[in-house]
Design a protein around this ligand. Structure first.
Ligand SMILES: C[S@@+](CC[C@H](N)C(=O)[O-])C[C@H]1O[C@@H](n2cnc3c(N)ncnc32)[C@H](O)[C@@H]1O
Length: 265
C-alpha cells in the first residue's frame, strides 16, 4: 500500500479518478450518445425495463439516476417523461451535467449511491449505468436502492464485465481484438489506465462484474422479477460506427448487460 492509499479511502480515489476523466468523458463513443439511432436504442431499452412516465403505472413518475456522471442517462430518463434526480460522487462530472441538463426536469447533487440520504419509498424507478462494477459494497447498495423505491418500483442496472468474456463467442472475439490491436498503431496507454486497474483490483467485483452475481445479490436484497437482458445489440451497432475495429471487437467480446428487478408490492 502506498502513502497515498493510507490517506484516501477507496471511494475518494474513485471520485478523484472520475474527476480526472470528466473533461474527456463526453468525447468518447460509448459514454456520450453520438447518433439518433443510439439515442432511440437507449430509450427503447429503458422503456422496455422501466416503462415510460408518459403512460401506465409510472405516469408522472420520479426517477433516481445513480452515478449520473455528465447526465447522459438522466437526460434519457427525462425524455421518457420522468422527473429525475441524479447524484454523483464527482463535482467535476456534476458540473458538466449541470450545463447539459439546464432547463430540464433534472435535479443534481453530490452524493454517494451507496448511501443516498433519500427518503424511504420515494422513487418509481432507479437506473444506473456503469456504476455497479466500481461499488465497494454492492449488497449494501442494493438494499439502499430497495429502500428508496416505492412498492412496485423498478431498478435497471446497465453494466459490463470487463474481465470475463461474454458467453458464446466472447473468447474468440477477444483473440481477434488482441490481433487487431497489434496491427493498429496505438499510442501508449493513457496515464489513467494504471489508476483504473489499481481501483478495479480493490472493488467488490475485482474478478469481474458478472450479471448472474448482480442478479443474485438483487434477490438477496429482496427484489423480485429479476431478469438479465444481454440484447444491447442496437446500441452497440450504433456506437460501433464511431469506434476503430479493435475497440469494436474488444467491446463485442465483453459481457455487456442490463439487469432489471422490481420491489414487491
Ligand atoms: C463510468 S462513469 C458513468 C457515468 C454515467 N452513469 C454514464 O453512464 O454516463 C462512473 C460514474 O460513477 C460515479 N461514481 C462512482 N462511484 C460512485 C458512488 N459510490 N456514488 C455516486 N457516484 C459514483 C463517478 O463519479 C462517475 O461519474
Amino acid at each position: 500500500m502506498t502513502a497515498l492509499h493510507h490517506n484516501l479511502s477507496l471511494k475518494d480515489e474513485i471520485r478523484d479518478y472520475w474527476s480526472m476523466r470528466s473533461e474527456s468523458f463526453d468525447s468518447q463513443p460509448g459514454h456520450e450518445i453520438f447518433s439518433a439511432d443510439e439515442r432511440r436504442a437507449w430509450l427503447a431499452l429503458f422503456a422496455r425495463h422501466l416503462g415510460s412516465a408518459q403512460d401506465g403505472e409510472t405516469k408522472g413518475g420520479r426517477a433516481l439516476d445513480l452515478a449520473s456522471g455528465t447526465g447522459v442517462i438522466s437526460l434519457l430518463l427525462a425524455e421518457l417523461g420522468y422527473s429525475v434526480t441524479g447524484l454523483d460522487l464527482s463535482e467535476a462530472m456534476l458540473a458538466r451535467a449541470r450545463v447539459k441538463t439546464a432547463g430540464k426536469p433534472i435535479r443534481l447533487y453530490a452524493g454517494d449511491a451507496e448511501d443516498t440520504l433519500e427518503a424511504d419509498g420515494s422513487y418509481d424507478v432507479v437506473a444506473t449505468r456503469h456504476l455497479v462494477w466500481t461499488l465497494p459494497d454492492p449488497p449494501a447498495s442494493f438494499r439502499e436502492w430497495f429502500r428508496v423505491l416505492k412498492p412496485g418500483g423498478k431498478v435497471a442496472i446497465v453494466d459490463v464485465d470487463m474481465t470475463n468474456p461474454r458467453p458464446g463467442n466472447g473468447r474468440a472475439l477477444r483473440l481477434l481484438a488482441r490481433l487487431a490491436k497489434r496491427f493498429a498503431k496505438l499510442p501508449p496507454p493513457a496515464a489513467h489506465a494504471a489508476v483504473h486497474a489499481d481501483i478495479v483490483s480493490r472493488v467488490y467485483f475485482a474478478r469481474g462484474c458478472r450479471p448472474e452475481e448482480v442478479a443474485r445479490l438483487l434477490g438477496e436484497a429482496s427484489f423480485v422479477d429479476i431478469a438479465i437482458d444481454r440484447d444491447l445489440r442496437a446500441i452497440h451497432r450504433a456506437q460501433g460506427r464511431f469506434m476503430p475495429l479493435h475497440q469494436r471487437l474488444e467491446r463485442a467480446s465483453q459481457d455487456r448487460f442490463l439487469v432489471s428487478a422490481r420491489k414487491p408490492g
